[in-house]
Design a protein around this ligand. Structure first.
Ligand code: SF4
Length: 359
């Protein structure tokens, strides 16, 4: 379903309050469905998909090629996407709800790789930025305002902070630490029941990241995206040139050494590289106490990867089994409140680890 589902017309205007489901007319809509087993899946409309959602006898069924497969559900209805900050920005232009209870800030500040044309080819945030979408860089108070509302009104239990890359990596670290302090003063970090984690560019000086964990983040992520060096340089040219693979690993290993296992994480985008390469990278990280995460690659229309074929089921099955083995072997616990995020499979893998590993 990485390329979306057909959604029958009758289904695009559900009664208000029925589920958290925004109409396609909302430019900031971020929808998901929940498969049996509490697996959150990103939902985007694609009338050419072989998957379709239909309502039958009051139930929503997922069809594959006209065959009903499973009944699906949706997160609880929420007025989140109707909210605006005091400064007048729609909440959805700054952060989206994922799964049942994750609030994900997707672009706290602009990515400077746009200036040098070294953006990552799978990154939808910079594509939206370059396409002229109005993506505000929110103030710390605005971020705290959104979190406070979402914790009180949308059952948010987990907060994910993501931003674009700055060439001055020490500024990224300082900004995150200041933001966490503002959040603590105005919302209270202890009101975020599950966890809060920050994705940022690996800093030149790995110790710069300490202030983020000291300010209350539960973990820090430096994404490798792909392990294969040649493909890394092709898909993430800015990272490969300015941060370098060695720099990313040095920063991740510093966090694991100083703060212990499960404090650093790094996501791979499944399908961008051969499975063996991704698994070699995941094993390298896991054996050092760094959580490898498993993102679902959803080719963005217009990106250089848009015409590539996402991997087949065998790829996902093998990757799922190997990630389960790594989590079990190295006692690792990936992020994800109930149902996890709709763009990552790691929570589903962790929750079903023993069943996946049964012979
Ligand atoms: S560095 Fe981050 S924000 Fe910039 S293009 Fe790559 S993934 Fe996107």
């Amino acid at each position: 379903m990485a390329r979306g589902s057909a959604i029958r017309r009758r289904f695009t205007t559900p009664p208000a309050g029925w589920a958290r489901l925004e109409p396609p007319s909302n430019a900031y809509a971020c929808n998901c469905l929940i498969l049996p087993g509490e697996v959150a899946v990103h939902l985007q409309a694609n009338e050419n998909s072989r998957f379709a959602l239909r309502v039958e006898n009051g139930k929503v069924l997922l069809f594959e090629d006209e065959t009903p497969r499973v009944e699906v559900t949706f997160p609880e209805a929420s007025a989140y996407y109707q909210q605006q900050t005091v400064a007048g920005h729609p909440f959805g232009s700054i952060a989206v709800l994922e799964g049942r209870s994750t609030l994900a800030f997707f672009y706290l500040w602009s990515c400077e790789y746009i200036k040098t044309r070294e953006t990552c080819s799978f990154c939808f945030q910079v594509m939206a930025d370059m396409a002229g979408y109005d993506l505000p860089s929110p103030s710390n108070a605005e971020v705290a305002e959104i979190i406070g509302w979402a914790v009180a009104n949308a059952d948010v239990q987990e907060v994910q902070l993501t931003a674009g890359t700055l060439f001055a990596s020490q500024i990224e670290c300082r900004r995150y630490a200041e933001l966490l302090r503002t959040m603590d003063q105005t919302v209270g970090l202890d009101r975020i029941k599950s966890e809060i984690y920050c994705y940022l560019t690996a800093p030149n000086n790995p110790r710069d990241v300490d202030q983020i964990l000291d300010a209350g983040a539960d973990r820090v992520g430096h994404d490798l995206h792909v392990w294969n060096a040649e493909l890394h340089a092709r898909f993430a040219p800015g990272h490969a040139r300015h941060v370098t693979r060695a720099g990313q690993l040095r920063a991740l290993e510093h966090i694991a050494d100083r703060f212990g296992p499960n404090k650093a994480l790094s996501a791979f985008v499944a399908g961008l590289e051969p499975l063996d390469d991704m698994l070699a990278g995941a094993e390298y990280l896991a054996s050092r106490g760094i959580v490898p995460a498993f993102s679902v690659w959803m080719p963005t229309p217009g990106s250089v990867t848009a015409d590539s074929r996402p991997p087949g089921l065998d790829y996902y099955r093998q990757a799922r089994r190997e990630f389960a083995r790594l989590y079990k072997t190295y006692n690792l616990n990936p992020p994800g409140a109930p149902a996890g995020s709709q763009v990552s499979l790691c929570r589903d893998i962790y929750r079903n680890m023993d069943a996946i590993l049964e012979p």
